[in-house]
Design a protein around this ligand. Structure first.
Ligand code: HMG
Length: 388
């Protein structure tokens, strides 16, 4: 049975920060952010948005009512959880209007959890072809004001429908997971910002990518020429370039140049949004499908990485007519319609984002154009609303 991604969509906040303005405010050459880091804009997440509202928006954009009725499982992959016990997928289920006969769970392992959810979804479908799994990879990346990680913040959600006979791509074998116990990035309980050893984290990422890819080649005998493109977890777009160049070295053959060009195509949307942790690889995949030179039958290699650290390299195959099952127009229109905030406004929004232990609060939802909003907290319960 062929199993894979049937639909894919993306949603983020309606606000963004121009990173040239952030560079000026921080006294940094803008080219460090634009070229050295490879980011142009960053999603700024209003207090009325979180993983639930963005995840529900991403799913609502791609699912018809008929498709919603067939969903059997919802998995939200995130490291920006809103409760230590209750799964955010339950709130998403309510906002999407799914019926009660559905399984709802949350997965965590830093940025890698989206891929864990995809592979688990594949397992569910292979055990029962009637399963249709909604996977949502949603996060808000926070490092703190005036930190080196600040320019690599962002946020948003990617929603994917995993089922049998998918229209976009099939998830192929073998997949190569890889885990090493390292402290490159973590967020202790109660902390709202991550602790990160930034340069170390980029080195661990590269090493684990190279080791996973080498093992994949040992298992398959596949060469670079077997792939039309490689797509990467992109905490910032330069990270993908670092990983690809570590693999290619001085290689300037036709396939090496092709992979470099496809990487540029896969970075476009991420440059505008920043890191969305679990969803970053899949936003890059959307960007590749929309902007890359790809066609039905092509094999793509995906590298997922989550600090701590866990990675996975796996192949996927594009399906005939995938371009009709997928559109980036709405995503691009939503990004183009965002409102720019000043650095001062961004700092104030950053400081007003709700943590886990917030007292009762009522939020002003009037300024938020998103369909799903967090209206406040009452008796330690998050109150979500649907706006028309
Ligand atoms: P930094 O201190 O800004 O680094 O931190 P830098 O001073 O080395 O500068 C960065 C690059 O800009 C360098 O290029 C400079 O040469 C260049 P590189 O050597 O890296 O190729 N540069 C310039 N380029 C053009 N014009 C200029 C200029 N000036 C300098 N004028 C760092 C950068 C990424 C470490 C920091 O932002 C950080 O800590 N970010 C957060 C951690 C992170 O994203 N790590 C990535 C790997 S770990 C991962 O992916 C997992 C993660 O997503 C979390 C999870 O799994 O949950 C993070």
């Amino acid at each position: 049975m062929q199993i894979g991604i049937d639909k894919i969509g993306f949603s983020t906040s309606s606000l963004y920060l121009d990173l040239v303005e952030l560079a000026e405010a921080r006294g940094v050459d803008p080219n460090k952010y634009l070229i050295g880091i490879g980011q142009a804009k960053q999603a700024v997440i209003a207090p009325t948005q979180d993983i639930v509202t963005m995840g529900a928006s991403a799913a609502a954009q791609i699912l018809t009512e008929t498709e919603k009725a067939k969903i059997t499982t919802v998995i939200v992959a995130t490291e920006s959880g809103i409760d230590n016990s209750k799964a955010s997928a339950i709130y998403v289920k309510t906002l999407l209007g799914l019926d009660d006969f559905v399984r709802t769970i949350e997965f965590k392992e830093a940025c890698y959890a989206g891929t864990a959810a995809i592979q688990a979804a594949k397992g569910l479908v292979s055990a029962n072809p009637d399963e249709q799994v909604l996977v949502i990879a949603a996060d808000i990346a926070r490092y703190g004001l005036n930190t080196p990680g600040e320019v690599t913040q962002g946020g948003g959600a990617v929603a994917m429908l995993v089922k049998a006979n998918p229209r976009i791509l099939t998830i192929e074998n073998p997949s190569v997971p890889i885990t090493r116990d390292v402290m490159d990035f973590w967020r202790p309980l109660g902390a709202t910002e991550a602790i990160v050893d930034g340069k170390y984290s980029t080195n661990v990422y590269i090493e684990m990518f190279l080791d996973a890819f080498k093992r994949y080649q040992q298992l398959t005998n596949d060469q670079l020429t077997d792939f039309t493109a490689l797509a990467f977890h992109l905490p910032f777009t330069k990270m993908g370039k670092k990983a690809l160049e570590a693999l290619l070295g001085e290689d300037h053959s036709a396939i090496a140049e092709q992979l470099r060009a496809q990487l540029t195509a896969s970075q476009q949307l991420n440059r505008e949004v920043g890191n969305l942790y679990t969803g970053s690889l899949y936003l890059s995949l959307i960007s590749l499908l929309a902007n890359g030179n790809v066609k039905a039958g092509d094999k793509l290699g995906l590298f997922s990485y989550g600090s701590g650290a866990e990675g996975e390299f796996y192949p996927v195959k594009l399906q005939p007519g995938f371009e009709n099952a997928f559109s980036s127009q709405q995503i691009e229109a939503n990004l183009a319609n965002r409102t720019k905030v000043s650095v001062t406004e961004y700092e104030s929004i950053f400081n007003s984002q709700l943590g886990m232990n917030t007292a009762d609060i009522s939020l002003n939802i009037d300024a938020d154009p998103n369909q799903f909003v967090l209206a406040g907290i009452q008796d330690q319960k998050r109150i979500y609303q649907i706006q028309s």
